[in-house]
Ligand binder design. Structure first.
Ligand code: B12
Ligand SMILES: Nc1nc2c(ncn2[C@@H]2O[C@H](COP(=O)(O)OP(=O)(O)OP(=O)(O)O)[C@@H](O)[C@H]2O)c(=O)[nH]1
Ligand SMILES: [Mg+2]
Length: 406
């Protein structure tokens, strides 16, 4: 099975017309397309940087606020300047973009503009027809980030090829069994994860607990503390084999829209447990690519998840909890509470946060012997309360110091 088409969608300025992009994202996802959604109020620079790092086939822009001729053209021009003009630009804006405007935009290099009345099906067909064929000859990368992005695509696509070779009905068994050596040959980019130069920190926890918001705040602190430092983020969202996905973590990121941050969004493509079949190899590549830190965010996970246990792919693990997990009984069932190095009770602005802190503290106290037998060596687990959505939160400061010291 070939890899799904990856596109990036964005809205330059949201003036209230947001239902169009939400409808279109959903329709694309339903038809097997992976959509990296960048969200609203995104500049030309942010859109182009994200599209290069994500190595998408095309950028879909929804624009209802005017200035579309200039904005779309600026995106096309910057892509050209960055040597990334194999990433195409298309979009729409209902009744705000006239046929005359669209003709000018096409002359300036925009692939297609869709008008009010076009069926969603026509747009899906367009994406499959225009962006569905594999890219054979790629332009020579003009920057290290672009080269890295191309190589990450090669790795992900190699797993797509693996899927085609193995036809088994069970999703877990569909994970290809190509050896690391085979893939290294195919991609020519891999070194063992043990040769990493970066510290690798894994963030996991239930859906919506605030993982992305927290990572974004930690990135802000990192960028301030290290004026020349660079950081990479490998972010995961769920998908079923052969189907589309909404890769939405970028839409939450504010501070991470920065040239010193390289972010890549991955769909799990049918693999249970919070990561993708290609995560390990993509991480190996990122970890040898001159970043001070590589941060992995898993899919929102359930009680049984142990996403980082295999192959020791992270140096430390942060479990982000929502105070609303239920009762003490639920805490007994969450496997990651035995394994995480740091447990964060995020959303401590919420009413139940105090109780959550006490209950989790007692739970961590109880599981010390269990942790020893699981290879944790009896190390102390840290428990920190944060309010990630609050700027300059002192709990996030403490978490940052703790991670920096590890
Ligand atoms: C629904 C709507 C609203 C809703 C938006 C709700 C929401 N949450 O999105 C509300 C009521 C909030 C609204 C408000 C306003 N609206 Co209004 N609105 C519309 C309307 C009727 C439909 C827009 C829509 O979402 N349609 C559904 C989408 C899926 O279809 P579509 O817009 O036709 O887009 C097609 C393509 O362009 C394409 N497309 C769109 N984006 C993208 C992106 C990608 C990647 C791709 C591939 C394709 C694509 O997909 C569709 C295919 O059929 C349009 C009329 C129109 N058709 O444009 C006016 C319209 C856009 N609004 C208009 C105006 C003037 C306003 C207001 C200023 C009204 C006012 N005086 O207060 C405010 C501004 C918002 C604000 N700041 O408060 C004008 C804009 C005129 C202009 N030329 O600039 C329009 C054109 C109506 C008109 N004829 O006068 N609006
Ligand atoms: N009240 C409160 N809300 C928060 C806090 N941190 C994050 N949120 C909100 O929680 C929602 C989810 O945040 P995300 O950072 O996207 O959560 P996530 O864990 O990355 O979600 P998934 O990636 O979908 O699993 C957003 O609406 C945030 O604004 C917090 O400290 N307090
Ligand atoms: Mg997230």
């Amino acid at each position: 099975m070939p890899s799904p088409i990856r596109i990036l969608t964005a809205v330059p300025i949201c003036d209230g017309h947001d239902s169009a992009i939400n409808t279109i994202n959903l329709e694309f996802i339903r038809h097997g397309i992976e959509v990296i959604y960048l969200g609203y109020h995104r500049s030309v620079g942010d859109i182009v940087r994200a599209s290069i790092q994500e190595d998408v086939r095309a950028i879909g822009i929804s624009s209802y606020n005017g200035g579309h001729i200039e904005f779309f053209a600026a995106v096309v021009d910057l892509l050209r300047k960055k040597g990334a003009d194999d990433i195409k630009v298309f979009g729409g804006g209902g009744g705000t973009i006239t046929h005359n405007d669209a003709a000018i935009m096409r002359r300036k290099g925009v692939d297609e503009i869709f008008f009010a009345g076009t069926s969603l099906d026509d747009m899906v067909q367009f994406v499959h027809r225009r962006y569905g064929k594999p890219r054979t000859k790629r332009p020579r990368p003009k920057s290290a980030d672009q080269e890295l992005a191309h190589n990450l695509s090669k790795i992900e696509e190699a797993y797509g090829i693996g899927n085609r070779k193995r036809r088994t009905p069970n999703a877990q068994r569909r994970t290809p069994k190509l050896s690391r050596a085979q893939r290294a040959l195919e991609c020519g980019v891999l070194a063992p994860l043990s040769t990493r130069k970066s510290k690798v920190v894994g963030f996991t926890g239930p859906g919506g607990a605030g993982k992305t918001t927290l990572i974004d705040e930690l990135v802000l602190r990192f960028l301030h503390r290290n004026p020349k430092g660079r950081i990479a983020i490998l972010s995961h969202d769920p998908s079923v084999v052969g189907e589309g996905a909404l890769l939405g973590d970028r839409a939450t990121m504010i501070n991470s829209q920065d040239d010193r941050v390289f972010m890549r969004s991955m769909a799990t493509r049918g693999q249970p447990g919070g990561l993708s079949p290609a995560t390990h190899d993509c991480l190996a590549l990122l970890a040898q690519s001159n970043f001070d830190y590589v941060i992995i965010e898993t899919v929102g996970t359930g009680q049984e998840a142990m996403p980082f246990q295999k192959n020791g792919i992270v140096d430390s693990t942060v479990l982000v909890m929502n105070p609303d997990y239920g009762s003490r009984l639920q805490l007994q069932k969450i496997v990651m509470l035995d394994l995480a190095d740091i447990v964060v009770v995020n959303k401590s602005d919420l009413q139940r946060a105090r109780t959550a802190h006490t209950e989790i503290e007692q739970r961590l106290e109880q599981n010390r012997p269990a942790r020893r037998s699981l290879g944790g060596g009896g190390r102390d687990q840290q428990l920190i309360d944060t309010v990630a959505k609050r700027h300059r939160d002192s709990g996030v400061d403490r978490l940052f110091e703790l991670i920096s010291r590890r």
